[in-house]
Design a protein around this ligand. Sequence first.
Ligand SMILES: C[S@@+](CC[C@H](N)C(=O)[O-])C[C@H]1O[C@@H](n2cnc3c(N)ncnc32)[C@H](O)[C@@H]1O
Length: 383
Amino acid sequence: MKEKNLTTELSAALDTLSRAVFSQPLDQSADAKISVRPLLHRGTRIFQLERQRGAQVFHQNLEGEALLRMAADELDGRYRQALIVTEEASAQYSLRQNGLYKKSGGAAVPRPAAAQGHDREKQYLLREGEAIPALVDLGVFTQDFRIVKARYDKYRQINRFVELIDQAFTGSEQKQITILDFGCGKSYLTFILYYYFSVRRGMDVKIIGYDLKADVVERCNAIAGKYGYAGLRFVHADVSKDVLYDEKVDMVVTLHACDTATDYALHYAIAKGAQHIFSVPCCQHEINGSIRWGGELDIFLRHGIIQERMAALLTDSIRALVLEDRGYAVDMIEFTDFDSTPKNLMIRARRTGRCGTAGREQARALAERYGFTQTLLELEKEF
Ligand SMILES: C[S@@+](CC[C@H](N)C(=O)[O-])C[C@H]1O[C@@H](n2cnc3c(N)ncnc32)[C@H](O)[C@@H]1O
């Protein structure tokens, strides 16, 4: 078999490149591994390099020609092993004594199982195979950036969440953003948002995730440190009582923050005049636990399961009314399909500054008549 020049091989593969990996450097001071992925940045196909140095990982975005120049200068003849995967084939390269590479493979690439069937047509914004290393640590991606089967629903949810945010930023020239994530938990969404804004949009990003669980917060901070995500941090806090962030906030997000934690997030967003709110509530127990018979709505209170669902819808309806009164345009949207999670309603709100009071009065009258408590309504009663 004819021996190959790696830069020429990479150049021939560039148009359909899915992934390339260069490992086992001759020089021990070089990056231990360099992975390359294509991605769309503001409509242009570019290449993202991930350089593994010790325990840290660094990212760099390059256009095709710059990538080939870098390959000629830094990679060709300097790494013992290379893998080049295109949409059609996968080939392995091993460095020979003469500085050229022996090519093996070239076999057709099998489609990953997760991309088959129902999701074959679906093009996710954050595609399987994209080098998002934190998702490997979080157990959503395998080492070679395939979706872990058991985490597929989570992957779909965070993808959809980011797609909805992406829609809100279409055409935006904003360069800097501060985001708070209330009840971030294991922080799949928080890491993805950081990746999306910093790598995809090239913005200066600050994200803080808050959670009650100290061990989870510690682990997330360790992962952020590992990848040098300087603008991402996690804070152990009870959002219902702790003093949080003092500076300007552009966006507040919640994904399944429990029960009234969502209300504290919305209240905080209003108080800080955050431009964007993306909130997917869950466990709306508060009204269900306090509502009693009082009028026409009693027909919803005759069966526990109906009462529970009605109370959840009433909770989110009141949240929307309060947000509208406090200067936000609100959409209620189905955030992902019901199969992925039944907690699939998103409150999407954008600040307009046009305030009112009618919605809150209506909601307060209902609360009084049916005896229920709703935290956001309470928190906003002074305003
Ligand atoms: C169902 S998990 C969702 C986690 C994450 N957002 C996700 O979607 O994977 C809800 C998280 O909210 C946190 N939480 C609930 N109440 C909170 C509060 N008052 N302050 C801070 N975190 C809270 C919980 O500790 C938990 O990690």
